[in-house]
Structure formats: structure tokens, C-alpha cells
Design a protein around this ligand. Structure first.
Ligand code: EPU
Length: 342
């Protein structure tokens, strides 16, 4: 089989926000040989490229994308090294992340259960260091295999080399962009204690023993209450990052809004739950302009209720950014990646 090349393809169906225009080229990559072909194609055409996995964290311009979209379909799940209490999972970057999580839980391996029901593919999880309910990918990743799209060579990055931070990694930096993630190696435990410190989760297990399967079920249930079903409503999960502010700013806000929760983030900084700010401070939960709004159950989640355009979403998001700044002097930034046309 050789590389599948398609031209002028609508990207809307490939994103969970369900907006955006047409891609000049779409290449579907199912193995390393095809990835090399794709890299050569991109170099030859002198175009920029964009990798789409589940499309759950991107905002594609209405004008479309003038370069090459690569649909990552690198599959395969296997279990490598095994010790008495650990196992290393090797997962193809194009695998659906939650299918992998589900399989590990069924097999009785601990590590990914708190990351249940997150949309997207395996390959996206290191890029933005996906995290939820007290666990981040950086806690479980051993390393990743990448393909250097410029040098046409394979390379391994250890967890340290991935330079993980809150929703950040080396792969998001300018230097990191030429690396296409092909495989992710994850450390799982055969026995572990459940991580249920997160308030929402703790409430579910009052007087009940949290088994591995039950933790996954609880997370799925919590998420289904807070997040819209991305198969039905256009959404990208949290649209903004939770902001981190300095102590002086935190003190000022504490005086203004005594109930505002804040969490120490190290180096004298404090992380603020933006969902709370949008909801209780700015009273924006459930707000809706035309087809765009903030979800009724979770203010941090922006939703496309109908046929909103990317422009409408950007305008709406900017309004939210402005309101939050006026009220709190906090500068918030999107977690969702805004794609440029070229
Ligand atoms: N809150 C409100 N009103 C709201 C939403 C939240 O008052 O409308 C309060 C909650 O009561 C809670 C606090 O704000 O005290 C934080 O809310 P929550 O625990 O729901 O988590 P979050 O900060 O909104 C983050 C991640 C999610 C992740 C959850 C669970 C970010 C940007 N978001 O959300 O990740 O699933 O924690 O761990 O860090 C994503 O990145 O797309 C994502 C969904």
C-alpha cells in the first residue's frame, strides 16, 4: 500500500469543534514507510503541515488550511517489558486513547484509569501533556518514538527530553514541531493504590472500595455530567488553560473574592480554576451568543451548539478573555490550538 493522498478535503468532520474550511492536501499515514513518503511530499511541495489525531484540541480557520494535513493512523498496542510489579505499554500514536485506557483497565493494569473518557489519540497525549483528576501523562510516560520530518530519521525521546509542564511539552515548541510522534511508551503497575484525592472523585467512594474498574467507571460518570458528548455537540473540552498567577495578584484576588479557590503551583505561583472564575466571579456559565456558548455544566467548556464558524468562536473566546481581564486582571490563554491558514 502506498500513501493515500487526497485534495481539497473539508476538515470540519475531523475536528470535535466541528468548524473550519478545506485542507489543500490530506495524507493518511498508516505506517513508517508512508510517513517517510509524506515527509518527502511536504518537502517537495514546500508546504507546512499539521497532524490531526482525534481533532479534539484544534480550531481550524474558516479559510481552511493551505498546507498538508496528516491523519495519523499508526496503530498497534503491545506490552513490552514485564517485571513483578510493572509492565511497559507500547501504543501506536494513531490509536484512540480511550480504547487503550479501556484495554489496560480490563487487563488489570493501573496508571491510565484517571484519564478515562478523554477524546483524542495516543499521539496527542504527550504533545499537550494531557491530564485529569490528579494524573498527567508526564507521570506515566517512559518515552516516545518520533519521526524527524526534516531529517527523515527515527529518534527516541525520554520523558525528561519531552520537557513536560502543565499542558505543555517540547513538541509544542518551535524546535519540537518537526518531530512527529509515532509511538508512546507508558509505565503501568500491576498493583497500585487508587488516586482519588480529587474532590469530585473522593465523593464517589465514600464507604466504598475503589477498585481499578470502579475508578474508571466513576471518572466516566463524572465526565459525562460535566462535559458534553463530543459526538453530539461541538466541543474541545476545556477551551482555556487554568491560569497561574503570582502571589501579589493572588492576594489581591483573595481580598476581592474570598471564596476563590487557588492551588499552590510552586515558585510562589498559584493556579486558579478558571471554571470557577467564569462561573462564580464573571457569571458566564451557560452564556450563549448565537451558536457559541459556555456549557451549562462546566463553564470552562466552550460549545458549538449549531453551525458556528471558527470566526464566531474566536470572537466569542476573545470576549471571554476580555471579561475575565476586566474583572480579575488575569490574562487567560486558550488551551485549544488555533491553526493558521498557511
Ligand atoms: N467550577 C465552577 N464552575 C464551573 C466549573 C468549575 O465553580 O462551571 C469549579 C469547580 O467546582 C472546581 C474548580 O472550578 O472547584 C475546578 O473545576 P474542575 O474540577 O471541573 O476542573 P477544571 O479545572 O475545570 C481541569 C482540566 C480538565 C480536566 C479536569 C479534571 C484544564 C484546563 N482542565 O478542569 O481537562 O478534565 O481538570 O481533572 O486544566 C482539558 O484539558 O480539555 C480538560 C477537560
Amino acid at each position: 500500500m502506498s500513501l493515500l493522498i487526497q485534495e481539497n478535503i473539508a476538515l470540519k468532520p475531523y475536528t470535535t469543534l466541528k468548524t473550519g474550511g478545506v485542507a489543500r492536501y490530506v495524507l493518511t499515514v498508516t505506517n513508517l514507510a508512508e510517513l517517510e513518503e509524506a515527509a518527502r511530499f511536504i518537502a517537495e511541495k514546500k508546504l507546512s503541515y499539521l497532524v490531526i489525531g482525534g481533532g479534539s484540541n484544534i480550531l481550524v480557520p474558516d479559510e481552511g488550511f493551505a498546507g498538508v494535513v496528516i491523519l495519523n493512523q499508526l496503530k498497534g498496542v503491545s506490552y513490552l517489558e514485564e517485571t513483578e510489579d510493572e509492565i511497559i505499554l507500547e501504543a501506536g500514536a494513531g490509536e484512540v486513547f480511550d480504547e487503550v485506557v479501556s484495554e489496560t483497565v480490563q487487563k488489570g493494569y493501573w496508571g491510565l484509569e484517571n484519564l478515562s473518557a478523554i477524546p483524542g489519540t495516543v499521539g496527542a497525549t504527550p504533545v499537550q501533556n494531557v491530564g485529569a483528576y490528579g494524573v498527567e501523562m508526564s507521570n506515566v510516560i517512559v518515552g516516545v518514538d518520533v519521526y524527524d520530518m526534516k531529517e527523515l530519521s527515527v529518534k527516541y525521546f525520554s520523558v525528561e527530553e519531552c520537557e513536560f509542564a502543565y499542558r505543555e511539552s517540547f513538541f509544542k515548541t518551535d524546535k519540537g514541531k518537526k518531530y512527529f510522534i509515532t509511538t508512546v511508551y507508558i509505565r503501568l503497575k500491576k498493583n497500585s493504590t487508587p488516586k482519588i484525592a480529587y474532590a469530585d472523585l473522593q465523593k464517589r467512594f465514600l464507604g466504598e472500595e475503589p477498585t481499578l474498574v470502579k475508578v474508571r467507571e466513576a471518572i466516566i460518570s463524572i465526565r459525562s455530567e460535566k462535559f458534553p458528548d463530543w459526538n453530539v455537540i461541538g466541543t474541545a473540552g476545556s477551551f482555556f488553560k487554568n491560569p497561574v498567577i503570582d502571589e501579589e495578584h493572588a492576594d489581591t484576588l483573595k481580598k476581592q473574592f474570598p471564596e476563590l479557590p487557588m492551588y499552590e503551583a510552586g515558585m510562589g505561583m498559584f493556579k486558579i480554576p478558571l471554571g470557577y472564575v467564569l462561573d462564580k466571579v464573571c457569571r458566564l456559565k451557560g452564556i450563549r451568543y448565537g451558536n457559541v456558548g459556555l456549557y451549562e455544566q462546566q463553564a470552562l467548556v466552550l460549545v458549538n451548539y449549531g453551525d458556528a464558524s471558527t470566526e464566531e468562536i474566536k470572537k466569542f473566546a476573545q470576549t471571554i478573555i476580555d471579561v475575565v481581564f476586566r474583572k480579575t486582571k488575569i490574562i487567560i490563554t486558550p488551551e485549544v490550538q488555533y491553526i493558521e491558514t498557511k
